[in-house]
Design a protein. Sequence first.
Length: 280
Amino acid sequence: MKPSHKPNRRALVLIMGTLLAVVGAANLSFTVTSLPGSIWNQLGISEKTGTENIRKSFIEGYMYTYGSAAARKIAVGDRVGVANDVMSYAKTYVTTPAFQQAYQEAREQQKPVPPPPAKSKEQVQAEQIASMEKVIAETEKSMKAMSAEMQESMKDALKSFHEQLEDYKKPDNEILKYMADGEKFTYDAAMKTYEANMATWEKSYPENYKLMVKDRLEKFLTITADVDYNATVHEQYGLKKFDNTAYERKPDEWKMAYRAGKPVVDSAREFANAWLRELK
């Protein structure tokens, strides 16, 4: 999600630090100890929606706050408490078999697909022969419907096609060798890309879900380490912009932490650090 400074756009900003601390998606049942209904009511969402937001945020690694516009109305004194409740809920939720199954399914869906093997010279030759035979057959068929004059003009082209076909049948044909070399070059390049994608996938979606949780928590702690809660803003075209232009280049999560406020984010950071210690 890409939040803006517009106050009513998918705004769970008052507990942003909470859910961002448990960031990360796939379909699963919601079989986890429930939060009190009043908590979800305060957030303006159902338990199912809240669980789904947490689920998507964790597995996809992006912040999901759909349908939570009422969150900004939570009283200032209640925000940390709500944040702690949601974080505790999320911590329990990610240990459920349902979540872990969903994570493994999402992991497989995101797994890079290796490139098809390079075609051998023999395969290239067979394809070129078949292609040229098709061209010849279609040309001969179309010529039957032409006038005698047109047929005469097509004879040279047809002769050239037959000569090319015979060339393709020669085992030492240089063109076929170049084509086969091109196949290998393309395959080798695709394999390098595949191997790089696999390395990224293994880091983003480790087999052990706890390593994924650890990565999400560390990401949250890194992003929120230098939030300037005293930063000033101004109105510009109906949006709030930071007076410090460098802050406008900060990640969206940093800006959400700013809007969530120091008490909520500090509580989320404390929770995240404690959770990380348990994961080591």
